[in-house]
Design a protein. Structure first.
Length: 407
């Protein structure tokens, strides 16, 4: 098989460029014509040409998938263009021709080709790992019901909701992290730069230092004289923990223990509850069967304990049992959420109730983050002040005692 770079015209005389993999030039031309394209130029293509790119171009070529921002843009724009009366392949063509990003143009062009080959929109999306099962299932429900633009609008709202929550958590964490970094840097400078100078002074006076001060000076001297070893001793355990957390055993251990840690467990439960019930709301309200919606949610949940719970609930529903009964028995989800879901099952308003549950715990989560941040900031300030204050007071006490002896 060989690669061929082509330039062709589609049915509306719009120039299209791309790369094909076929046995020979004739087969490549025939494939283009089957796809409804008229070849203008067809020549062998070698990946070695990528070496001629400048650095920015090279960096663009290395990017293998479209970003989260581009997925959000794709969803909003294609919904708007479909609502304006364009066909699906026409909307993809418009986005391709107006995009400045090569990877996004290639994605739109590929989607357009898949549609011309006879695939549905949801089937074409399923070929890309960038799109979640929830996204694909809602798009499929929209195709089957003839309301794809409305379903894409719902997906866009869903993505915006979770992006807003994610940005809220990140922005709330920035100041405490900056505070922690500044404090650590200040303490490191104090230990590695200032304390060694005091050590020289004390040695010159020939006085016996108090035990705790002698230990502190020894630690400071070791750190200042063995920077690389000190960094390895500090960052080594952190790197090991991060590596272990990525292994199946470490991930499973973290998922179990995190639900037993007082503050962390409440945060994780509310976050998972918000994520699960928001997804259920969107899926059920858009015609996805509850069993399918639960299965999709099991892939969206991050904690393995919640994934297992949702899988059990899916099996229970298939056996004719009520979902709320199975969810309540495990004790992972808040009792209020499960009780409200039970009422939704009885009244036949599962989607609406799931939305109310998600709204409630979304607000609870935001309030809890505010409280945690309000406690973390003074805790960091107090901790840094105590460490720095201890070092300074210890040095001053030694200096004053030496002055008293000399006096």
């Amino acid at each position: 098989m060989a690669l061929f770079k082509y330039t062709a015209l589609d049915g509306k005389n719009v120039v299209t460029k791309g790369i094909l993999e076929e046995p020979d030039k004739t087969a490549a031309a025939q494939k283009l014509m089957v796809q409804g394209l008229r070849p203008l130029e067809l020549k062998p293509y070698s990946g070695e040409s990528s070496k001629k790119f400048t650095l920015p171009g090279f960096m663009q070529r290395k990017r293998k998938k479209i970003s989260r921002i581009e997925i959000d843009f794709f969803t909003k724009q294609i919904a708007m263009l479909l609502n304006a009366g364009l066909s699906l392949d026409g909307a993809l063509r418009v986005m391709k021709n107006n995009s400045q990003e090569e990877i996004f143009r290639e994605f739109c062009s590929s989607m357009e080709r898949k549609l011309k080959e006879g695939k549905s929109f949801s089937e074409a999306l399923a070929d890309y790992p960038h799109f979640s099962p929830m996204y694909i299932n809602i798009a499929k429900a929209g195709e089957e019901g003839g309301i794809l633009p409305a379903m894409l609008d719902r997906i866009s709202e869903y993505q915006s909701t979770f992006q807003e929550l994610r940005q809220y958590i990140i922005s709330a964490s920035i100041y405490p992290l900056i505070l922690l970094c500044v404090g650590v840097i200040a303490i490191v400078i104090l230990i590695t730069t200032i304390l060694p100078r005091f050590e020289v002074l004390f040695q010159g006076m020939g006085q016996q230092l108090p035990g705790h001060v002698a230990i502190m000076m020894s630690v400071a001297g070791f750190i200042s004289n063995n920077i690389i070893i000190s960094l390895l001793l500090f960052f080594g355990p952190i790197a090991f923990v991060v590596w272990y957390m990525k292994t199946p055993e470490g991930k499973s251990l973290y998922h179990r223990q995190s639900l037993k840690t007082p503050l962390l467990s409440t945060f994780i439960r509310e976050l998972e509850t918000t994520r699960i019930f928001r997804t259920l709301e969107v899926l059920v309200n858009n015609g996805v069967h509850l069993a399918t919606a639960l299965r999709i949610c099991s892939g969206i949940a991050v904690n393995e304990q919640f994934q297992s719970l949702l899988n059990k609930a899916t099996e229970a529903l298939k056996e004719g049992q009520r979902v709320s009964t199975k969810l309540k028995g495990e004790g992972l989800l808040p009792s209020l959420a499960v009780d409200l879901l039970s009422l939704g099952e009885e009244s036949g308003r599962v989607g609406e109730v799931c939305g109310q549950i998600a709204d409630h715990y979304d607000q609870e989560l935001r309030n809890r983050i505010k409280k945690i941040i309000s406690l973390i900031e003074p805790a960091f300030i107090l901790g840094i002040a105590l460490i720095a204050g201890y070092v300074v007071v210890s040095m001053l006490s030694v200096i004053l005692s030496i002055n008293d002896i000399a006096g």
